[in-house]
Design a protein around this ligand. Sequence first.
Ligand code: HEM
Length: 436
Amino acid sequence: MSPADPSRPARPDSLPGVDVLGHDVYERGVPHEAYDRFRTEAPVAWVNETPANGHDGSGFWSLTAHEHVVAVHKDWRTFSSEVGGTEIEELEHDPEALAARRTMLETDPPRHTKLRQLVNPTFSKLAVETYAAHADALVAEVIDDALAETRTAGVVDGVHAVARELPIRMITGLLGVPDDDAPQLFHWADQIVYNADPDYSPAVSDRTDTDPYRLLPFRSPVSAKVFEYVQRLATARRGVPSGDLLSVLSNALIDGEPLTEREQGTFFLLLLIAGNETTRHALAQGLLVLAEHPDALARLRAEPELLDTATEEVLRWTCPQLHFRRTATVHTELGGVPIAAGDKIVTWYLAANFDPAVFASPKVFDIARSPNRHVTFGGGGPHLCLGQWMARLEVRTFLAELAAKVERVELVGEPRRVRSNFINGLKSLPVALVPR
Ligand code: HEM
């Protein structure tokens, strides 16, 4: 946690007592009521970081309206990712250490553009179309296994047995990670991302009784293990390109310079985490929303032409990434509220996805919804999700296979949610898949 900046004037909370920040809030459920209050009463709201909400930084502007999320993401000059992006807390104060661990998420153009160009070809819409047959085969296997488990045990865990498997198996080959190493690598990724949840991480981010690495995911002992692993594989690929992403990173030149070992490590970690931790929750919560709306799966079966709109509606509804951050570079304003240079801005994607100014009856799950301008992949601008086409392919294939093979999804126990204000995730989902 970063200490509050004493040079900043103290400001009161715009909505005292309404919490959209505490990790515990999200463990209980999506705080729709709190988001609605912020969006209607204070769409550009000041939120102090306090020990009560598990934070002790300088405070930030909290954005819950669709129009402001889009405006901030599109204007990277005014709202920089490089001056301070991604997480609410300042994870690193030493400028040299910060520069060394920066991922493309924490850079602005022109460096961002150069980094992104390295990996764009693997994730373009056209490239992703060529992965469709692989996705079909993987989804068929995962759903057949889940049907078999339901037959023998009466229940299957929709997170571990179903949703977790698909993104991992999709991304492993692209990264160039051997199948045998995948379980260990994804275990490390879970520990890094869910650093506010004691079920995953031995070092819990907002609890002071854990180890000193808790707030420095890229310097934690777990990240060090990932970096060592990347170096072993990257060294073998240096000078002998093999087409996978590890090979791209180990042979890349930016302005004539190779990426440093640390840059290769953090880039790899970004792809590993972004490619699997988010899509997992779109699929798991997709299963949950289908269990809660049995008519939706039946309708999709009857009207397969709704597959594309159903995919977008599942993405709008499940919105696995809860927020990212930017920092204002100049004095400016948003919705008539003055913002000072250096202020932190937090964009809440799920709140924007339920903004009635953009979505008619936003709390209705409507697989035919069109248009559907959700910001699940960001509000536009240079950082718009690199993996959006891959995530869409996975959700679409999953829905098509479920509609074909599963009569209905039944919830047979209480789902358990991840303790995190960053990822809208489930950690278990006891369901039965009833075959057709
Ligand atoms: C449902 C699944 C996914 C969701 C909800 C999601 C969400 C997001 C969001 C909100 C952003 C930031 C947008 C911004 O700040 O403007 C982002 C960026 C990113 N995503 Fe995804 N993502 C998903 C799947 C994937 C997949 C499959 C990959 C594959 C590797 C991926 C890789 C990335 C990367 C590398 C970035 C950083 C892009 C940049 O800085 O230019 N994501 N994603």
